[in-house]
Design a protein around this ligand. Structure first.
Ligand SMILES: [Zn+2]
Length: 102
């Protein structure tokens, strides 16, 4: 009799369905029916809501990375800021500063 695979297509921890499920021994405990992300979690961090919160934080950081660009670095115009906000940069810096930093 063949074992059905359908029971393992949903991660027991986070409910993911789009990952191939893994099984194996972690911390001396046999683990099955987990996506590859949850499979790698240690016992201490096996909290699905903590994992989701962490993931969300990382995504937020990526999405907002432009917003934390500082206009000045050591009192000099920040090239990254000029690249990210060319319009704001024109208002913020003098023509000479823009020329020197582009
Ligand atoms: Zn999972």
């Amino acid at each position: 009799m063949k074992e059905s695979l359908t029971k393992n297509t949903v991660c027991k921890i986070c409910g993911a369905t789009d990952e191939p499920m893994k099984s194996g021994i972690i911390d001396g405990e046999y683990i099955s029916g987990r996506c590859r992300i949850c499979f790698g979690l240690s016992k201490q961090t096996r909290n699905p809501s903590a994992l989701l919160a962490q993931y969300k934080r990382e995504r937020d950081r990526e999405d907002n990375s432009k917003d934390i660009v500082q206009p000045f670095m050591k009192n000099k115009p920040n090239r990254e800021f000029i690249k990210a906000y060319p319009d704001k940069a024109k208002e913020l810096y003098t023509d000479k500063e823009l020329k020197d930093n582009c």
